[in-house]
Design a protein around this ligand. Structure first.
Ligand code: GLA
Length: 389
């Protein structure tokens, strides 16, 4: 999207000139899925698809939001209104949560007037590429910049997670917000969610590139299933803790999990916990494989991640399985898997650059024949985190 166009669209809606324009990216995740609320590792990166926010200050205490993606009205609420919104105003919770938590902080009274926001997403909502985290981090950086707040980026990521957990009711981990706001061009972020230590790693894929494959199926019902997975892992952990001195499943390796899995004594919980433990270990092996330039191994680990998300974690579904399985069969493909929460949303594939067009054509055809509508394909461009543009 071009900045002039966004400024013009703001003016059309609000009848005056805007002050600043911001961009907040979505994210992909190379590997490490459903590990972030289990004290494991993740390996995400910010992408050029995201959400733009055009900001203009107001003299009164009103916050006005307008989304350029839906043909709706301006939504308005008071700066001090921290109530959770329902139904067709639900999307405003991502803004309201961040605003509420930033106002509660020590220098929160610096937020002393209202504002207008014009929002435009290039990231389809429900695409599994973190449009909600992109919005939260957009609000966070806008408030930090415009009101000169003394808050660092990692804290903003944590407030985004709190917004999800307490405003939206999704018991998600920190990965999405962290990836959106901490992103670095051409790098993925190797984050240990147990310690919050992180390291940027250049995505060295040589003659390969990452292709994003969207199922174009929104992940409906995903939230309740997501919260079920969080609970099942927590229950498995509690049983393991009767004999093991651990705080999170991410502390276990494959062998120690195997030895103690008898304590769990529940088929579903064993499978969920096994995914969390093995996926975390796969993430460690995968980052090492990339460093060693062993891309074939990286690809196999990515495939294994999908298999585990399918059979042990049961969060894939027919659309994501169709994409991954079709991708595995194509020439020049190192690996493919679903990303994000699952049940729809998107997958990624690591594909030889000169095979990319053929890949999209073939996988697109298989998907359309089996599912009945089109998938979308995007070349993943890895960019910096949320910022003013
Ligand atoms: C969603 C959540 C993240 C993470 C992924 C699965 O995107 O918001 O915190 O748990 O699912 O890895």
């Amino acid at each position: 999207m071009n900045k002039e166009e966004l400024l013009k669209e703001y003016k059309n809606v609000y009848g005056e000139d805007a002050k600043d324009v911001f961009f907040s990216p979505g994210r992909i995740n190379v590997i490490g899925e459903h590990t972030d609320y289990n004290g494991g590792h993740v390996f995400p990166a910010a992408i050029s698809l995201g959400v733009y926010g055009v900001y203009g200050p107001r003299e009164d205490n009103k916050v006005r939001l307008y989304s350029g993606n839906v043909d709706g009205d301006i939504v308005e609420f008071d700066l001090d209104d921290s109530s959770v919104e329902k139904d067709d105003r639900f999307w405003t919770n991502y803004f309201k949560g961040m605003l509420t938590y930033l106002k509660e902080r020590a220098d929160g009274d610096k937020i002393n007037h209202g504002f207008n926001l014009y929002i435009k997403a290039t990231l389809p909502s429900g695409s599994g590429l973190s449009s909600s985290a992109a919005i939260e981090m957009l609000m966070g950086i806008i408030l930090k910049d415009e009101f000169n707040l003394d808050v660092d980026r990692v804290t903003l990521a944590k407030l985004g997670q709190k917004t999800e957990n307490e405003f939206v009711g999704l018991n998600s981990g920190i990965m999405d917000q962290f990836a959106c706001i901490m992103g670095k061009k051409d790098n993925a972020i190797f984050l240990d969610t147990n310690t919050m230590e992180y390291e940027y790693k250049p995505l060295k894929l040589g003659e390969y590139e990452i292709i994003i494959m969207s199922t174009n199926k929104e992940h409906t019902l995903a939230d309740s299933a997501y919260n079920d997975r969080v609970r099942e892992c927590h229950d498995a952990l509690t049983k393991l803790q009767t004999k093991l001195n651990i705080k999170a499943l991410g502390e276990l390796d494959e062998e120690s999990f195997d030895e103690y899995s008898y304590l769990i004594n529940d088929e579903t919980e064993i499978r969920r916990a096994r995914h969390a433990v093995f996926e975390n270990q796969r993430t460690l092996h995968a980052t090492k494989a990339m460093e060693d330039a062993d891309l074939e191994k990286l690809g196999r680990l990515i495939n294994a991640s999908h298999v585990s998300l399918h059979y042990d974690y049961e969060v894939t579904g027919k659309e994501l399985d169709t994409l991954a399985e079709a991708a595995w069969k194509q020439d020049g493909v190192l690996g493919a898997r679903m990303i994000g929460g699952g049940f729809g949303g998107s997958a990624i594939a690591i594909v030889k650059k000169d095979k990319a067009e053929e890949f999209k054509k073939n996988v697109g055809k298989i998907y359309r024949n089996k599912i009945g509508y089109d998938a979308s394909f995007y070349d993943a461009e890895i960019v910096d985190g949320t910022k003013r543009i």
